[in-house]
Design a protein around this ligand. Structure first.
Ligand code: SF4
Length: 259
């Protein structure tokens, strides 16, 4: 996805101080490694900065591990859609204990979810793309926007190698709505790089990865895959591959990060 030009969105990003704007414009940040990017982010935006971690992909946990070494009070949030695997809830508690970090758990609006379920049923996502996107919007996109409204910047675990729509992702960019600074420290990492860091640093990860889940999202919408299969085949497997985004990291209104 092509991000809006810095000049076009600059007036809306109230928190871009002259130094960070200069860094963005110069392209200097693209040459920094992940730890340097996170250090830059903390220096410029903490405490109005948070890591968005799904606890369903190793990338977010690698960043959390790095971030704890840079700023132990850095904020971490996750979206509890209400349909997550028990393994994910267990991992959130393991991470709280391991790092002594107060993970902020963001939940959907209960009345909106109740209304959606009343109108379309518990498992509407299997019925059509529109209904799946409605569910993702109410359970993920809107809660995320509500939480991010109080921040100046946020960190994601996006990698360019994830899917074709992320090929243009930069290490630091302006969010699609032109208000937030979005920081993607692992954007040029490979999956092997991520797992090497997990092993070398003993980073806790979701136990379902060991059962064949490349990423662990909501229970009804993620599954294990066979060795060699496309990793995205474990998510929304009944849909066209081109539609496989939940909306947290794409431009359109109704469609995130591996959450
Ligand atoms: S991944 Fe599935 S259950 Fe989770 S919010 Fe999206 S459609 Fe709903």
């Amino acid at each position: 996805m092509t991000q809006p030009a810095i000049e076009a969105v600059q007036p809306q990003v109230k928190t871009l101080n002259s130094r960070s704007l200069e860094d963005l414009d110069s392209g200097r940040l693209e040459s920094l490694d992940a730890r340097e990017i996170l250090t830059w982010a903390v220096e410029n935006y903490h405490p109005n900065l948070a890591l968005q971690c799904s606890f369903g992909n190793p990338e977010g946990l690698v960043i959390l591990d790095m971030l704890q070494g840079i700023e132990p009070s850095a904020r971490v949030f996750t979206l509890d859609t209400g349909r997550l695997h028990q393994a994910t809830y267990d991992l959130i508690d393991r991470v709280r204990d391991r790092y002594d970090v107060a993970v902020e758990v963001v939940m959907p609006d209960s009345q909106q979810v109740a209304s959606m379920v009343r109108d379309h049923g518990m498992n509407l996502f299997y019925e059509s793309l529109e209904k799946r996107q409605l569910c993702c919007r109410l359970r993920k996109v809107e809660p995320s926007r509500r939480y991010l409204a109080d921040l100046d910047a946020y960190v994601t675990g996006l990698r360019r190698g994830d899917i074709v729509t992320r090929q243009d992702t930069r290490k630091v960019e302006i969010d699609a709505d032109g208000r937030l600074v979005k920081i993607n420290p692992l954007v040029d990492w490979s999956s092997d790089d991520v797992w090497r860091y997990v092993r070398e640093h003993g980073v806790p990860v979701n136990r379902l990865h060991a059962q064949g889940f490349p990423s662990v999202g909501c229970g009804p919408c993620t599954r294990a895959v066979k060795p060699g299969d496309d990793v995205r085949s474990g998510r929304w497997w009944w849909e066209n591959p081109d539609t496989k985004e939940c909306g947290l990291h794409v431009d359109e209104e109704a469609d995130g990060s591996g959450i």
